[in-house]
Design a protein around this ligand. Structure first.
Ligand SMILES: [Zn+2]
Length: 66
């Protein structure tokens, strides 16, 4: 038998600080997935989600030929 989780409010957000501009970024928990690349709405930096819980992020760079 499966229980359906009760969802009263589905507006949980993850709050983190952009590693680039230190700006406060909020993202819906549903979009905060491991391996996902998010974009900072302040500086457009790409931020990689390392871990969901606890929230760990890092600046995502494509450093192929630098
Ligand atoms: Zn930023």
């Amino acid at each position: 038998m499966r229980k359906k989780p009760l969802k009263m409010h589905d507006d949980t957000v993850i709050v983190f600080y952009c590693p680039d501009c230190r700006g406060r970024v909020e993202i819906p928990e549903a979009d905060f997935l491991e391996g996902e690349v998010l974009e900072c709405y302040l500086c457009a930096a790409e931020i990689l989600v390392m871990q969901r819980v606890p929230a760990r992020i890092k600046l995502f760079r494509e450093e192929d030929d630098f």
